[in-house]
Write a protein that binds this ligand. Structure first.
Ligand SMILES: *Cc1c(COP(=O)(O)O)cnc(C)c1O
Length: 443
């Protein structure tokens, strides 16, 4: 059993996270429950900050809030001196409500609406990462209306394909994101941006993929971006002040995943950047990165209660838990794999191989295929590890299940940071038109 962060098995054989016995957490908050190991999130954030400090470069580590966006997480990111990426009015609102300093917010997305742009301009965010030519014109016009000059990065598709699952690669040429570097679109976009009166081009951004275990993709991206910076300075007389390398740093979900320590990714990026820019006698730019998964992923655990089971002799045994694809769609979306333990009997030897099914009306609603467990009974607790990223943030109300609560645990204390949805939340936005109201009331 691989235990992350502060997780351990206590004397009663119960899983403990942040000094909290998860069987107690289940009693207090119910299941399914997202549990976040706050110390581990802080540790990960600190690993990035420390590694960049070592490089001597100016930097920003922007937490990609799409991985897990809540007010508490934004506040924690603030305390850890991170910047913040947002991709929607909802993520921006969450950050602002949490008191996150607008100047450290970066706005991403390939189809920002005028309303979202106006909201971000009014909030005074630090930077827009502009994705396309339409956005350049719209952003410039809206900034002009408000008498503002806005700082922008241009999102570039550098033609680097990171070694990763197809659905989560974004750096290759055939991508919905950004300006293509190889076909000249990127240079054309810089030219266009420089001619627009209310935009201030700080530099460029690339994001080559996700769950990446090697440094070579990042190094290639740095080399392409620095070559581009040098060419732009030569041809257009603009000196980039910022190079943003995006996120995508991998984490260990299961045995066989072999991420590098954060410091090694960062050193590979900063070393490559320093040598390419120094060689060209180019003033060293600031370096920005945008980790999401690697900040929160392994700090999250989802706790479920085991309910029914079904054995198909000679085929497989299913055990069903009280959540599923509605709180974790990743296995169904990406065939993602996870490890898990019986959290109330964590010291017991494994006896059988089961498939963990959710309770949604979808045959594909399986969280883990072929998991080794002790014989699980109804009422046992199942803890699935590494669910901190892209679980709560991707959760849905499919089948009108209620989204679970989220607790932060640290030093033996637990704090609710998102309440479990209520049944009234489920119908909260529903309306009954008059002609239907009659029928509904007659019954
Ligand atoms: C998704 C995304 C990130 C974060 O990716 P992780 O794999 O979670 O680190 C960062 N930047 C951009 C532009 C993204 O789309």
């Amino acid at each position: 059993m691989y235990l992350h962060g502060t997780s351990k098995v206590n004397a009663q054989g119960h899983l403990e996270i942040g000094g909290c016995d998860v069987t107690e957490l289940a009693k207090e908050y119910g299941t399914p429950l997202y549990i976040v190991d706050e110390a581990l999130v802080r540790q990960r954030a600190n690993e990035y900050v420390t590694a960049f400090q070592k490089s001597g470069l100016k930097f920003q580590v922007a937490y990609a809030s799409k991985a897990f966006s809540t007010m508490a997480m934004c506040a924690l990111a603030e305390q850890e001196n991170l910047s913040l990426d947002v991709v929607s009015d909802g993520e921006l609102h969450t950050a602002l409500k949490a008191g996150f300093p607008a100047a450290r917010i970066h706005f991403h997305g390939n189809n920002k609406s005028p309303d979202e742009i106006n909201m971000a301009l009014d909030a005074g965010i630090g930077c827009f990462v502009v994705d396309n030519s339409t956005e350049l014109k719209v952003l410039n016009a809206l900034a002009k209306d408000k008498g503002l000059t806005v700082k922008i990065l241009l999102r570039i598709t550098p033609g680097v394909e990171a070694h990763t699952h197809d659905y989560i690669s974004t750096g290759q040429q055939d991508s919905k994101f950004g300006f293509d570097l190889t076909n000249g679109a990127a240079k054309q976009a810089i030219k266009e941006a420089m001619e627009l009166s209310n935009l201030d081009v700080l530099g460029v951004h690339s994001h080559i993929g996700s769950q990446i275990f090697e440094v070579d993709g990042f190094q290639m991206a740095v080399e392409k971006m620095s070559a581009f910076a040098i060419a732009i300075r030569q041809d257009l007389g603009l000196t980039f002040q910022v190079i943003n390398l995006g996120g995508g740093f991998g984490i260990r979900y299961v045995d066989g995943d072999s991420p590098l320590p954060v410091g090694q990714y960062v050193a590979a990026i900063t070393d490559t950047l320093i040598s390419s820019f120094t060689a060209a006698d180019f003033p060293l730019p600031e370096i920005w990165v945008e980790p999401g998964r690697s900040i929160v992923g392994d700090a999250g655990t989802t706790l479920y209660t085991v309910g029914t089971s079904k054995e198909i002799p000679g085929v497989r045994k299913y055990i069903a838990v009280d959540g599923g694809m509605m709180d974790n769609p990743r296995p169904a979306l990406y065939q993602s794999v996870y490890e898990a333990v019986l959290a109330n009997r964590a010291n017991e030897a494994n006896e059988e191989t089961v498939t963990v099914a959710g309770k949604a009306c979808e045959s594909g609603d399986k969280l883990i295929i072929d998991l080794e467990l002790p014989k699980a009974n109804s009422g046992d607790l199942l803890a699935v590890f590494c669910t901190g990223a892209y679980n709560y943030s991707m959760a849905s109300n499919y089948n009108r299940f209620r989204r679970p609560a989220v607790v932060f645990v640290k030093d033996g204390e637990s704090d609710l940071v998102v309440q479990r949805e209520s049944l009234d939340n489920i119908v909260g936005n529903d309306l009954l038109p008059a002609r239907l109201l009659k029928t509904a009331l007659a019954k």
